[in-house]
Design a protein around this ligand. Sequence first.
Ligand code: GDP
Ligand code: GDP
Length: 453
Amino acid sequence: AEFTALDNQADDAASEEEAELSQPVLAVVGRPNVGKSTLVNRILGRREAVVQDTPGVTRDRVAYDAQWAGRRFTVVDTGGWEPSATGLQAAVAAQAELAMNTADAVLVVVDASVGATATDEAVAKVLRRSKRPVLLAANKVDDERLLSDVASLWSLGLGEPYPVSALHGRSSGDLLDAIIKALPEAPREREAVAGPRRVALVGKPNVGKSSLLNKLTGEQRSVVDSVAGTTVDPVDSLVELDGQVWRFVDTAGLRKRVHTASGTEYYASLRTKAAIDSSEVVIVLLDASEPLSEQDLRVLTSVVESGRACVLALNKWDLVDEDRRHQLEKELDRGLVRVTWAERVNISALTGRSVRKLAPALRTALASWDQRVPTGQLNSWLSELIAATPPPVRGGKQPKVLFATQAGIRPPTLVLFTTGFLEAGYRRFIERKFRERFGFEGSPVRINVRVRE
Ligand code: GDP
Ligand code: GDP
């Protein structure tokens, strides 16, 4: 929460919510060969990070998901950052500086069998200014005899040195306990509401909402009402589609067909917003027989801002002829630029055409909404992408993307940690490539950028 999100997407109405969902970041710093990668592997409890035996080889992966005592956090191995400074001491100090400004806590690793070197001192000097917690690991303490050397590392002024042997796993549990204590608590993620998944059916008046609901519920109302253990809010409807029960939220208004005179539009839009808010996925009904209207666009904007998954249903398809279809394609290309990720289904609530395609589309959208890309996978993809197409230079400076994490789901939210501003066009490029690689059809993807100089 101490980071300033300088550069949210225009779409992103929920940056505060996003910050809440972030998992804390631990950066690991230290001079080469002290055992950072080995220790990162230890922390991860698996051999995901590849230890490079060739000095000077840049690691292509820098960030990973870790978990200890039920707490999730991101571990960043700063060995993968190409430092701009020349000379070992300056380079490592620069990495420490970046780490301190980027992470929620910093773990500095020193080789206890060698003792504090001038480079270690330079790093310590930087980190003593850190506003975030700093932990000191005295690595390569493979046996008891080396413990006496560990005490001398108090001289770095970074507090208590934790003796560990990354290679043999010695005492790393104590270090991890200390790390967990130092990291800020990340609030729990919003969990799925138990029971059927929640669907909102929205669209302008007369688009066919109640007709569709009737078609979907039809004869099977009684079956659905008897689903064991489900209590239904009287304003909701349980609907069985494709072998799965769904909760269509706030359908009372649709059933009663209360279309009264003045002021209705205002109340209808409030009602639409409320329905979207209590849903997980939204079916936006559009009238394919008419041009897209202002009202349609307002509904779409509400959906985009809500961060909910979405399926676009083009209703009244029975009225669409060849000419209209060409016209419609053009209108949709222009009108749906903000929801190009949503699946489109051409239906007719009147005839029942393709109505059964809605359930698979809803399932796909929700699966995307729930999807999480592991941090390691995300960063190996991202580093390749950025190496091939770096961010445009701005004001003579080349912004660097240090690493990324998927900070949350529902909706999927990426946070990119960078050293400079990323233009909207470049963020869109990243989103497009991200979708090409990982899918996410039917779900919005938020990309937040945290700029650190
Ligand atoms: P980095 O450059 O700081 O990431 O260091 P690495 O993790 O690549 O380790 C450098 C070398 O130190 C490797 O040969 C490791 O096997 C070795 N090493 C790492 N941790 C320990 C340890 O606890 N004890 C011993 N004896 N060697 C270690
Ligand atoms: P709502 O206000 O969104 O609930 O819309 P309704 O379900 O009341 O539908 C408004 C009008 O559109 C009614 O006269 C429906 O019969 C008609 N309608 C709904 N769906 C279709 C469709 O797929 N094709 C055609 N031709 N008419 C439809």
